[in-house]
Write a protein of this length. Structure first.
Length: 82
C-alpha cells in the first residue's frame, strides 16, 4: 500500500494555500495538515482571522465609485491589467 506523504507545513505554505482556496471547504491531506498547523501557530491563526474579517467587510461595504484615471492609477500600483 502506497502512503501519501506531506511535507512539513510552514507559515508561507499556509498563507499561499489560504489565498488560493479562500472560502472553500476542502478536506485534502494538505488541508488537514494546514488545519493542524493553524492549531499550533498563533501567527497563521491571526492571518486567517484577518482574511476572514477582510472578506466579511468586503461583502458588506459598497463598492466605491472611482474615476477612470484613479482606477488606472490603482491598477498600475497593484500591477493589475486594466
Amino acid at each position: 500500500m502506497k502512503t501519501k506523504r506531506v511535507k512539513i507545513v510552514h507559515c508561507k505554505d499556509v498563507a499561499k494555500h489560504l489565498c488560493e482556496n479562500l472560502d472553500q471547504q476542502l478536506n485534502s491531506l494538505m488541508c488537514r495538515e494546514i488545519k493542524k498547523h493553524l492549531q499550533e501557530c498563533p501567527n497563521c491563526t491571526a492571518y486567517l482571522d484577518s482574511l476572514k474579517k477582510t472578506i466579511s467587510l468586503y461583502r458588506i461595504v459598497s463598492t466605491p465609485q472611482l474615476s477612470n484615471s484613479v482606477h488606472k492609477k490603482l491598477c498600475a500600483i497593484l500591477k493589475l491589467k486594466v
